[in-house]
Design a protein around this ligand. Sequence first.
Ligand code: COA
Length: 306
Amino acid sequence: MGVRFKGWGIAVPDRIVTNEELSRTLDTTDEWITERTGIRERRIGGSAMTLGTLAGQRAMDDAGVKAEDIDFLVLATTTPDRICPATAPMIANELGLNCPAMDVNAACSGFMYAVRTAYGLLETGNKRILVIGAEHLSRWVDWTDRNMAVLLADGAGATVLEFDPDGTDLLSFCLGADGSAADLLTCEHGGYFQMNGREVFRRAVRVVVDSAEKAMASAGITSADLGIVIPHQANIRIIQAATQRLGIEMDRAVVVLDRYGNTSSASIPLAFDDARNNGRIKVGEYALLTGFGAGMTWASAIVRWS
Ligand code: COA
């Protein structure tokens, strides 16, 4: 059996916040942020529901499917509108879906966890699943804390996954979690995101390399076979370090964090959208999709675009 990506869509807030704007209220500079992270500006606004709804509708339009064609909605979000209820049923209502809907929280690995979940649901009888990654990280940022304020942002991206008995776009996965590292990146109830940046950086490179190697081995390919890498967009230096260790030229990696910052569960579909708009998604080519984040969690997948 197999699974096809049928359509994609994104949504980002209109409001652009540049590094220069942040440096007016924080003890930071455009130079520091650009050099240490690669981020130049980010989008701020909306909510997981509003952004997720828009991205979901666009993915359905792109796939040419209607509300009644969707059997299940899986929403990846770290920043649901409310603790309860989940945001997915509210998005389903906005989209006119009449199907089960649930949230998955795996932080910045969320989109790939949601894709993995959808894959399992398709294996067990569902025909078409809407997968959305949507985040309102800015709501949980202390805007006086330069450590986090320069990194996190808002956005959403979505895809429609469809069962295909005759072939598959998704060739392999490698997912993992290590709760012993839970305290490295947290947001307590009523609090703000806090992080041990250096340690997260170190572990992020390690888990991306390890999970990517395992996913490639299980798909029977090597890094030389990859046409493109669509990584989670946290820090340009993490992407550079990981691709270098994997023996992949940096120009094969998609980078959109300069425009969007770190949008957690939304970053992989935002990067896909940019790659597609720039003609970088080629039928028959292999792609590595890879994410990591709080938990810690990580998730890599090998895709062959049809
Ligand atoms: N502006 C200016 N200076 C800053 C700053 C900012 N926004 N944030 C930290 N600094 C300072 C520090 O206080 C420190 O000063 P000191 O040398 O006087 O102590 C100096 O810059 C270097 O700090 P350090 O933490 O060593 O920087 P770094 O090179 O590790 O970069 C991160 C910090 C957060 C950008 C980097 O560690 C990182 O990206 N980590 C991974 C984070 C991540 O991806 N998280 C999401 C996972 S999904």
